[in-house]
Ligand binder design. Structure first.
Ligand SMILES: *Cc1c(COP(=O)(O)O)cnc(C)c1O
Length: 228
């Protein structure tokens, strides 16, 4: 089941890349496995998926431990509290969703020196939603410059989570603002290669608009509600 869905997502992504005139394989697919079982992750891994995203620290640590023999790249994509940075810096390969310098500084200080620098993306609150994490557009570049200088952090780019897909043109505008902002960072010499944008409901549009990484949960694993 998961294998079938995963293959369908990849076929769809490749078709979108082709339609957008982008190289096949240029969009990375992150499988978002929050609230899914260890067995579900194993199944996706057996089908070839290597990058997984988790939102909740305790839940993720148990899964990382259970799957430690596998060559998985783990992304933390949830909100980060200061008291979780030690575990996140130690057990993850990527953190998407940095909104504060203080969190980035803690992650850098706590990243074990025998590991490669932690890959991070700054979360941008692209629709300026009061309930959502992320920096405002104008704050992204100054924060990026500071984060880029931290020793055990590698700034990879931006992550956005637009307001739910209600009106395509509104989401499209949000995606275009994110693309412009990403370009601004590169124009400032920051060499960022990642724009994490697009989920199950809107990745087709995100690929058209230039995303480099989509975070896909339900389209791969099915509903999260059914899980215990
Ligand atoms: C849950 C989640 C996703 C995946 O959402 P789906 O709609 O299931 O694809 C992507 N990004 C973030 C930040 C999430 O929290």
């Amino acid at each position: 089941m998961i294998q079938t869905r995963l293959n369908r997502v990849y076929a769809d992504v490749h078709a979108c890349e082709h339609a957008a005139g982008r190289p096949i394989g240029s969009v990375k697919v992150l499988a978002v496995s929050k609230k899914q079982s260890v067995e579900a992750i194993r199944e996706a891994y057996a089908a070839g998926q290597k990058a997984f995203g988790e939102n909740y620290c305790q839940e993720a640590l148990a899964k990382i431990e259970a799957l430690k023999g596998l060559d998985i790249e783990w992304h933390f994509i949830g909100d980060i509290q200061s008291n979780k940075t030690q575990n996140i810096a130690t057990h993850f390969d990527w953190v998407q969703g940095i909104s504060r310098l203080k969190i980035a500084e803690r992650l850098s200080a706590q990243r074990p020196v025998d590991l490669s620098p932690l890959n991070v993306c700054i979360q941008v609150n692209i629709d300026n939603e009061p309930t959502k994490a992320g920096v405002l557009e104008g704050e992204a570049l100054p924060l990026a410059k500071k984060i880029a200088s931290l020793p055990q952090i590698k700034l990879r780019g931006l992550m956005v989570l637009p307001a739910p897909l209600s009106d395509v043109t509104i989401v499209q505008r949000a995606f275009r603002r994110a693309v412009r902002l990403h370009k601004q960072l590169n124009d400032a010499g920051l060499h960022v290669d990642t724009l994490s944008m697009g989920m199950s409901s809107d990745y087709v549009l995100a690929i058209e608009e230039g995303t480099t990484m989509i975070r896909v949960g339900t389209a791969i694993f099915g509903s999260r509600e059914k899980q215990p």
